[in-house]
Design a protein around this ligand. Sequence first.
Ligand SMILES: Nc1nc2c(ncn2[C@@H]2O[C@H](COP(=O)(O)OP(=O)(O)OP(=O)(O)O)[C@@H](O)[C@H]2O)c(=O)[nH]1
Ligand SMILES: [Mg+2]
Length: 256
Amino acid sequence: MPLASIPDSEVSVGPFTQPTTSITVLMSVIVTTLNEEAAIERCLRRIVAVLPANAEVVVVDGGHDDTGRIVKSLVTEFPAIRYIRNENDRGKGHAVHVGLQAARGEYLLQIDADLQFLPEEMELLLEPLLANRADLVLGSRFKSGATRRPGSTPAVRSFGNWVVSWYATLLFGQRMTDVLAGMKAWRHTVTKEIHLTTETCSYDAELPVKAVAAGFRVIDVAITTDARQGGVSAIHVVRDGRRILWDLTCFRLGWK
Ligand SMILES: Nc1nc2c(ncn2[C@@H]2O[C@H](COP(=O)(O)OP(=O)(O)OP(=O)(O)O)[C@@H](O)[C@H]2O)c(=O)[nH]1
Ligand SMILES: [Mg+2]
C-alpha cells in the first residue's frame, strides 16, 4: 500500500503548539540532524511528499549550521513538520531520545537526514508493521535484494558493518543483516517497553538488539542506499566501531 494512501485517522496533525491530548497521529517520522544544511530541505520535501495526512515529522537538530533556519521555514509551509532545537545535543542517540519524547505517533520511523536512505522507501518498512507481521523493521543495505548506489557503502564501512552485525547476531541469537540501519520503523510500544540508555551512535544497534531481547518481532527488509548528500559524516570508523562492539557486549550483559 503506498504510504500516502494510508487512510486518515481521526485528526490531522497540526502545528507544534496544538494540544497533544486530542490528537491521533498514525506515524511520527524522527529525523536527527547534525549540520545537514546541504540535504535537509530535499530530505524533508521528499518525506512530506509521501507522508500520510495524519503523520508528523519531528526534526531534532543538534548542529550549528543553517539547518535550523531552513527547517523553520519549511514548518510554515508544512505544518506536519515540527522543529526541535536540541540545545545540549549529546549525540544521535540523545537526539532520538528527545524525538521520542515529542513523538505522538502509534508507529515511529527514524531516518537519517543526509539522504543515504530514500524517503520513498519508508513504506517498505511501515508495511510489515501495519500488516502485523513485525514490531520493528530494519532497512537493510546488505540483505539480498538491496541496492547499493555508487559511494553509498565504502569497503571499510561495509566491513565494519558486517563485523558489528554478526557480533549482534551471535550475542542475541537472531540474524540481523544491517544492525546499524539508518532507517528503521517500529511500534511505539517497543520504545515504551525497552530502556534505551546510549546517547551516541550505538543507539542504532541498541534499539534492534534490545527489541530482540525483549521478545519483539524484528525483521529486516532490503532497501536502496545512496551516497551521503553533502555534509560531513559524524562517524569515525575505528573509534565508533570499538564503541559499538563494547556497547553491544554491555547490552547483552545488562550493564547498559
Ligand atoms: N542531533 C544529532 N544528529 C546527529 C548526530 N550525529 C549524527 N546525527 C545525524 O544522524 C544521522 C546519521 O549520522 P551520519 O553521520 O550520517 O552517520 P552515518 O550514516 O553512519 O555515516 P555516513 O555513512 O558517513 O553518512 C544524520 O542525519 C546526522 O546528521 C548528533 O550528534 N546529533
Ligand atoms: Mg549518513
